[in-house]
Design a protein. Structure first.
Lengths: 402, 402
């Protein structure tokens, strides 16, 4: 037997097998209330519509739908997608291009591969998106955390960090942000912060990666514009996904940005997987065209709002003295911080034993901070389960707080 | 505007935009006979069967089929696939695992990411598979070519190369081979060569990557076993794909091998694209289960055999004095070498102008050799087009030969 561990690449050796993922395997096959997932509610899946679309595109256009397709994506789908994005307020500018990816995670991966060398510096929100942190770690990048508060990415902290890097003579490759209905924070960046972010990025001439799976689900009338839309300098690469606005199982995401950036990512994609599922692209295209995406988004908004309301109410009633938490205006997540010094990772097996799961906040920190925080997702459990789960959690926290 | 070229990673800078790909763009929208593609014949696509399967799995099992799924692949599909592979003679051993990938290209990519560092040495067939050469180039590997002749990978040359590396103190990471119905060569490795390859790899303790898209289409009764099946040492990682035995548009491939190797690839995949299309996996699963894959393979065998016969006959009649070529026992490709010193890359625009396309052989060589070779694929054009295209090509070569 070849000693596969001994011959693993340095890149592979930088991947840390997620202990949180291992812990969450405890939940498999058990009837527990999970606030861990961040999965969309499957009752929103437009099964009959998609069944009919799939049948039709395969039957009527099978020669194309079942064949290889171009690396940047099926042309017709990319045009439909561009129209959709314009319609929901994401500016597609002259000279921009769209690259279709295997989930938006692949778009982020391609971007990392195209621009980040081992030892390069990247700025990431902290707490920040788990998959982005894992990617930059695998690439051997130096991650500089930028604080996130109730107004989103803290631009004062960003400026401080960039000044310090500048003094070191370091030019960072990018700023990664999930500005609207943040994962894991639930916060949404204010307009003035957005303007500041763009100004600062302009001063230091840094690319901004705007990851945006959740802005489609805002429950309140909040004024915001996408960074991509505000950007006049070709500085923002925007990442999106069908996983939340339609279904995850098609595995279709995209990157939208200046042609030169997208073209680099496309060259990497040619080597990674050549292209994403042709069938999935045709199905997604027809779902946009026939208004099914709009219907799912409308239905999702009201369903997720009800769930968020339920979770916030249950937390207000049961946890007021135990900690503080974010009050998201949209998206899937509430971030909780205990008043007491707790270790939510250590607590997880017991919580699962007692019937409730969450993601320990540590996973969203670069260097193991955030022990007494956790991410609660209200997207998947049923409203009545949400209350029950929060009561369970509150009970456990109360015991540990002593 | 950010200067995206200036900030590109060293990895991205190692990707050479394919000039052959650019040249072949000349063919778009033109009525030409293309021997370039290597696309499966779309008349083989079981459109009505797949339309019905897609409708059914979405309608009846949509909650799962449209949801996120595990990184290594949908469990039920992996078991079905393992059964299929056993049935066609690919041994799935105790301790093996299967990883479902976004086309087999992603499986190869994940393998490269998991095991190959910049500066590492890999042994590749020459002429060899374009995408493998491009991958190893992007990863910054040192590629050592191993000759391929009418009996497949030349094991004497392999031994010579390994001895030389050993003297240098270099331990290569892997040997990449496409032993059966080789791309681009059309050759199939003899059994005695296969045994030698495994022996030599054992002596030097090197992993073997067996890329196998084409063995399903053998037109003659040729005795061969898969390297994976002959391997008793956990040394072979086997890569396969649904693209040729069903349809490419699902974008489903796989890696099969020792759990430790596959697990490393899975950890990389978790970061690359999280998982491959859930829908595609369910469709592929049902296509195996309902015997549709078997039907496609049977039909494909006889269709591609007819096309191969047509191309060989046309070449015998028109090109006997112009060069030599391989006589494939299966697969999609014939490799042609001109007697005269020609430059088939330089010749391509004129050929396209006159109505026929091919892939210049240079693309399959590591360092720009193979100028007077080309790869001819008979998989896509209609039988009557094949003869016409060969006549056209022969005419051009004859003119250039002077």
């Amino acid at each position: 037997m070849v000693d596969y561990d001994a011959i693993a690449s340095s890149l592979a050796n930088r991947i840390v097998a997620s202990d949180v993922r291992e812990l969450l395997k405890l939940t498999e096959g058990r009837k527990i209330i999970s606030f861990a997932g961040g999965l969309p509610d499957p009752s929103l899946f437009p099964k009959e519509d998609l069944a009919e679309i799939a049948r039709q595109v395969i039957s009527e256009r099978g020669e194309r739908v079942l064949q290889y397709s171009p690396t940047p994506g099926v042309g017709e789908f990319r045009r439909e997608l561009a129209g959709y994005l314009e319609r929901v307020g994401v500016a597609v500018r002259e000279g921009d291009e769209i690259l279709v990816s295997t989930g938006s995670q692949e778009a982020l991966f391609l971007l990392g591969m195209a621009f980040v060398d081992p030892g390069d510096t990247v700025l990431v929100e902290e707490p920040g998106y788990l998959a982005a942190i894992n990617l930059f770690r695998m690439l051997g990048a130096r991650m500089v955390p930028v604080k996130v508060d109730s107004e989103g990415l803290n631009t004062d902290d960003l400026r401080k960090k960039l000044e310090a890097l500048d003094k070191e003579g370091v030019k960072p490759k990018l700023i990664y942000t999930n500005p609207t209905c943040n994962n894991p924070n639930g916060t949404t960046m204010t307009m003035s912060r957005r303007r500041e972010l763009l100004d600062i990025a302009g001063e230091y001439d840094v690319m901004i990666v705007e990851d945006d799976p959740y802005s489609y689900f805002t429950f309140e009338e909040v004024e915001f514009q996408h960074l991509k839309t505000m950007d006049k300098e070709g500085r923002v690469v925007y990442l999106g996904t069908m996983s939340k606005i339609l279904v995850p199982g098609l595995r279709i995401g995209w990157a939208l940005g200046p042609a030169k950036a997208i073209r680099r990512m496309e060259l990497v994609k040619q080597i990674v997987d050549l292209h994403s599922s042709t069938l999935s692209q045709y199905i997604a295209m027809e779902a946009i065209r026939r208004g099914i995406v709009d219907r799912v988004v409308a239905k999702a908004k009201s369903l997720y709002k009800r769930k968020r309301d339920e979770m916030l109410a249950a937390m207000d009633e049961n946890m007021a003295d135990l900690g503080e938490w974010t009050r998201p205006i949209g998206g899937f997540f509430i971030f909780f911080k205990a008043n007491a010094k707790l270790d939510f990772k250590a607590m997880l097996p017991e919580a699962v034993e007692r019937g409730v799961a969450y993601v320990p906040g540590q996973a969203f920190y670069i260097e193991g901070d955030g022990r007494s925080t956790m991410r609660l997702s209200y997207s998947e459990p049923k409203p009545e389960e949400i209350r029950k789960g929060i009561e369970l959690l509150a009970g456990i926290i109360r015991e540990k707080t002593g």
